[in-house]
Write a protein of this length. Structure first.
Length: 168
């Protein structure tokens, strides 16, 4: 599996916004500069995060990007799904069954007169291993929230206005 570069950038955006005071939108230009990406590329990432209802944009002179909910309620899976989607990574097209004629196993055994034929882990089941691995991967991402990975103070996610730090 190869994740899109925008996945890491999306994690960073959400982490920045997780620390940002949610009453003060963080200007898109500052986020793009901090991530060293163009504002148009940032906009594409933010659109995906917005479609997943993780962030929203606020227009106007004092506008920018804000989280839509508490960082403790945004899992790494939420961000992964927003960028990578929820479509399975490996698709079973039935090719293994076609290639190996698994639907004609009895005829295969008779044609080759196989008395001790073992097919306990058929080649077609290999794709099931990929599906199980993906399920475990997604379950693991669902166990950790952005709020658990950002700095805290008094056992609460840090809340500050990044604008001062990012414009210095």
């Amino acid at each position: 599996m190869k994740a899109k570069p925008s996945l890491e950038q999306a994690f960073c955006i959400v982490a920045l916004l997780g620390i940002q005071d949610r009453k003060i939108p963080l200007h898109s230009r500052l986020v793009a500069e901090r991530l060293d990406i163009s504002t148009s590329y940032l906009k594409k990432i933010v659109q995906k995060l917005s479609a997943a209802e993780i962030v929203k944009t606020v227009s106007g002179r004092d506008g920018g990007i804000v989280l839509t909910k508490d960082p403790l309620k945004i899992t790494l899976l939420d961000i992964f799904n927003a960028i990578e989607g929820t479509t399975p990574l490996v698709h079973n097209t039935g090719l293994a069954s076609k290639v190996f004629g698994l639907d004609k196993k009895e005829a295969f055994i008779q044609a080759y007169q196989l008395e001790d034929f073992k097919d306990t882990q058929p080649v077609s089941n290999v794709l099931a291993v990929f599906a199980q691995a993906e399920e475990k991967f997604r379950q693991e991402l669902a166990t950790l929230s952005i709020g658990e990975v950002i700095p805290t103070t008094a056992d609460q996610p840090l809340q500050l206005d990044w604008t001062k730090w990012l414009t210095r």
